[in-house]
Design a protein around this ligand. Sequence first.
Ligand code: FAD
Ligand code: NAI
Length: 475
Amino acid sequence: MAQKFDVVVIGAGPAGYVAAIRAAQLGFSTACIDEWKNGKGEYALGGTCLNVGCIPSKALLESSENYERVLQKFSAHGISVAGASMDVEKMQARKDRIVSQLVNGVAYLFKKNKVTWLKGHGSFAGGAGPYAIEVRGEGAAHTVEAAQVIIATGSVARHLAEVPVDNEIVCDNVGALAFRSVPERLGVIGAGVIGLELGSVWRRLGSKVTLLEALPNFLGACDETVSKEAWRIFTKGQGLDIRLDVKIGKVTRSENGVRVEFQDSGGGQALDCDRLVVSVGRVPNTRGLGADAVGVKIDERGFIDVDAHCRTNLPGVYAIGDVVRGPMLAHKGMDEGVMVAEHIASQAGHVDLEVIPWIIYTAPEIAWVGKTEQQLRDEGVDYRAGQAPFSANGRAMGQDETSGFVKVLADAKTDRVLGVHIICAHASELIAEAVMAMEFRASSEDVARICHAHPSLSEVVHEASLAVDKRAIHL
Ligand code: FAD
Ligand code: NAI
């Protein structure tokens, strides 16, 4: 007899595990199925985010930034460090510890909230509410049943047909987070979020990094003032070699490296590197889900088709996170998980995709929420902009982090905040105020009239808000 649950979640990444915990908190008997296995062959919760995404990448960012601080910044403070060196194995071991601590943390939360963790691959096996879901993992395959199913199967790295990934020499995010030594020459295909974050990690540790980007514009999703500033800092300031408008040609493996032939404005070129990272986006994952067995609709781009509340075409079947439309970000998936669980409990819930913060964890960090200036222009919106730099901020000076600025965009008539764009150290923390302001439909004057602590980086958000009305004090 199939084991019965009120709610079954397929996938335990940030979208799925949060949905499962919230469903259990709301009193539903809940199971969460996940097939992820870590490098030791053990089942591991947390999906891409905890195992090979957000968390390990940020652990490495911190180590590499610390190393660069020691080499380049400490002496100005009067601190001399002789013979600084980087032990990559130790850095990776620290990263692995953080990952397993968080993965075990999710297992603890499942136990605490009485979520049943089913280890293995889940696929629809039929039914029309209740649905039958087959679990194939350790031991014999078995079937569970639930009237409510939440699909949270995430995404996988997109690969290029002409560039086979082995995760040794040619890597996607999985291999690029696990290098055991610093490659002398690192090539990266795709100067997007992963390319810039991981490219920066290995550059700080000593690699010569070349990024090959297909588009003619750098960071086209960012506000254009931010992309321009980022370009200047990353290329001239930090030495990332970024080639735009590139067409990748033949990729040839040699014994200990790889040669990438490509075309750009300079004609035919070749890049020889010791390791190559392919970071050209991610694709939704519905592999082996058995969507056909029950008729879950998948759109032409491979995403599960959902409405604003993550309902699929089938009653009682929802889909959340990277496997559905919207930004492929962990916090977006988590919020959808909570929303869906609360809808199943007949509560209200809503995720506003227009107010999801984006962060690129380079140094300085880039963070934004809402519309860019070019989007407002294209949409014919009458807006006012206020911008303030970190160069005159006392806290930024004390921290040696004076590059970057905050830009606030507000509706010219109503003054409602429409977008906030930040490039600076700790932009990931500062953006929270902007998200809050936008969720509460604040005006730039509202933000300008809030008391901001001194000295703090948040004073620059304050100044930029004042600058919208041309009444900044410190500019
Ligand atoms: P996933 O995390 O992909 O999890 C899906 C889970 O479902 C997996 O565990 C998988 O094993 C399981 N699964 C799939 N199919 C089945 C099946 N049929 N049966 C059983 N289990 C199944 N986002 C941010 O917001 N901030 C960041 O800083 C950030 N950094 C990133 C860095 C990198 C290098 C990468 C690659 C991504 C990063 N992301 C970041 C994106 C973030 O990781 C994803 O948006 C997030 O993990 C998506 O969550 P999810 O739950 O939808 O899917
Ligand atoms: P991305 O979409 O950010 O960047 C991919 C880049 O590759 C784009 O600039 C694209 O134009 C380029 N590209 C595509 N095809 C190409 C080709 N054939 N040749 C050369 N360039 C090509 O995707 P990325 O970096 O792989 O990351 C995937 C997703 O993971 C992100 O979009 C984001 O959703 C998530 N992520 C989020 C992070 C964060 O929140 N800080 C960090 C890392 C990933």
